[in-house]
Design a protein around this ligand. Sequence first.
Ligand code: AP5
Ligand code: MG
Length: 220
Amino acid sequence: MKSVLNIVLLGPPGAGKSTIAEDLVHQLPLVPISTGALLRAEISARTRIGREVAPVLERGDLAPDTLMDRVLRARLETLDPDQGLLLDGYPRTMRQALGLDAMLADYDRLLHVVIAIDVADDEVVRRLSGRRICEGVGEPFPVHIDDLASIMRCRERGGRLVQRDDDRPDVVWQRLIAYHQQTAPLIAYYEEQGILRRIDGSGTPAEVARRTLAAVRDWG
Ligand code: AP5
Ligand code: MG
């Protein structure tokens, strides 16, 4: 396997991109970059970027490409050339995909593999409309409202359950529409380049993580 891998995780909202990323970084020398998390940090810090994108995220739309380019470039600047990249949630439009190729070239990097995670829309809605984040004590972790054991674990450690603003059902649908209209076409784009690997995103998170790791290893 090549020493510095650059990987994109592509998939609808709720496909499990961030869950897979958390697992993968324990197995491979990769730095995870979630553009959604970067934007939420800007919103929490009430920066100019945060104020601009807050209403966009609240509606479930995509932030402007030019702004996303700036956000990603600023993050790439901080990376050591020896660190591999695990992009979670970028690119999401054809314009971003083209921009990414150019941006990686600026840092002497190549995109090696794109993992497309297949999950049906009704499963996305089930996962996201039922998701709560256990916050307040230690690292926040996601909980599903049907998973009583996790809810108890949260309560026992003194945490509180918070819903992500964009996990309201109407916003989840808008995020799905944005995905199908603007992001799904990237699957064909990367397939043509011969770097796409499709994986089934159903089953337990551990099963999906195993499939992802196998797809990455298969590439290398
Ligand atoms: P972002 O934060 O990237 O959100 P998203 O991709 O829409 O959705 P999630 O992060 O919820 O999904 P995920 O695939 O990471 O799944 P997860 O592992 O969390 O982006 C937020 C917003 O920022 C966007 O809507 C947009 O406005 C903006 N934005 C971000 N990037 C942008 C860009 N490049 N351009 C423009 N705008 C951008 O899992 C979801 C839930 O399911 C969790 O509760 C998890 O525990 C559970 N779960 C995971 N795997 C499984 C499994 N196998 N079985 C059952 N449950 C599972
Ligand atoms: Mg995510």
